[in-house]
Design a protein around this ligand. Structure first.
Ligand code: AMP
Ligand code: ZN
Length: 297
């Protein structure tokens, strides 16, 4: 098969056949078009890229580092060691090396120190009788720390590596539970709704996991294995795999539909948590409720 762009022998055929160098160009262009279409990043922005060490967030950081000078923004990386047994490799070294290679400042937060956990997150949860799935609790802490760190350090945007597969999974999950207001949050940009909340962007909204995998690989990026605990437990995972097998060539049309669709759900007003002052839709935020201010204050 021939490369769609240059006519040389194609090596990668995900949505269309490309040779290696045209694949990279095509991938970067798709992300750049999305960034410009929705003004995800403007000249003068300071972007914090949340990097877990997986193929998605590393690809996100890499492609943004190539757009940095072209658009005129600053960027830094934040990696959190979430202190669970899911991540075994040394994510700190891997992401720190990567950051050095691409010339971007690396920031690191260890939950163990930040929240004063004396054991692995799942064991701590068991001891404190926290009745939430580990992934949901871990996600809650990550979002809390990411937002607080970004705001306190003057970042205007937080970029995550959420890609089309994640968006489709969220879509099916929320469709099943009838969570309409969450479906309307499936956008490439989620504007801040509170002065203490930093706007979030998802530059890989129109990219598939498979494309991120090849983009990282072709650029020689060392990747940490993703947290498989979450995926094996997630019932929508298989559903999205089947969906993509059937409709892969049409999937961009589907994510673009989600970009446009507006569903009015219940508006949830944000307040400041009475204990820690972080934005929340209740009096006391879930982190203070579950971890307790005394632990990390
Ligand atoms: P997940 O919730 O694990 O699917 O991750 C979604 C996005 O959150 C990733 O693409 C990253 O941008 C960010 N993220 C997840 N885990 C971490 C972490 N340990 N450190 C920094 N960012 C993370
Ligand atoms: Zn709080």
């Amino acid at each position: 098969m021939k490369c769609k762009r240059c006519g040389k022998e194609a090596q990668i055929n995900i949505l269309a056949p490309f040779c290696e160098s045209c694949f990279k160009i095509h991938y970067e262009k798709r992300v750049e078009n999305l960034v410009r279409k929705y003004n995800l990043i403007r000249r003068g922005d300071k972007v914090l890229v949340a990097v877990s060490g997986g193929k998605d967030s590393l690809s996100c950081a890499l492609v943004l580092s190539k757009l940095k000078d072209k658009i005129g923004f600053d960027m830094e990386i934040l990696t959190m060691d979430v202190n669970t047994s899911c991540v075994k490799e040394d994510i700190k070294d891997i992401v720190e090396n990567f950051s050095r290679k691409i010339g971007v400042k690396f920031n690191f937060i260890s939950f163990k120190e930040y929240f004063n956990f004396d054991k692995k997150l799942e064991d701590w949860m068991m001891e404190k009788k926290v009745k939430r799935p580990v992934c949901s609790f871990c996600g809650l802490l990550k979002r809390y720390v990411m937002n607080k760190f970004a705001r306190e350090n003057g970042f205007t945007k937080i970029a995550t590596g959420h890609c089309a597969n994640d968006i489709l999974r969220f879509f099916f999950k929320n469709l099943k539970s009838g969570n309409l207001d969450l479906i309307s949050k499936l956008k490439p940009i989620i504007y801040s709704e509170h002065s203490k909340q930093v706007t979030k962007i998802r530059p890989l909204f129109e990219c598939l996991e498979e494309e991120n995998f090849y983009y990282a690989k072709l650029n020689g990026v060392e990747v940490v294995k993703s947290c498989s605990f979450y995926l094996t437990k997630d019932r929508t995972y298989k559903l999205v795999e089947d969906f993509l097998n059937l409709y892969k060539k049409d999937f961009i049309r589907f994510v673009r539909f989600l970009e446009k669709v507006e569903i009015r759900g219940d508006e949830k007003k944000l307040f400041e948590c009475k204990i820690c002052g972080e934005p929340t839709n209740r009096e006391i935020c879930s982190v203070c409720k579950l971890v307790g201010k005394s632990c990390y204050g």
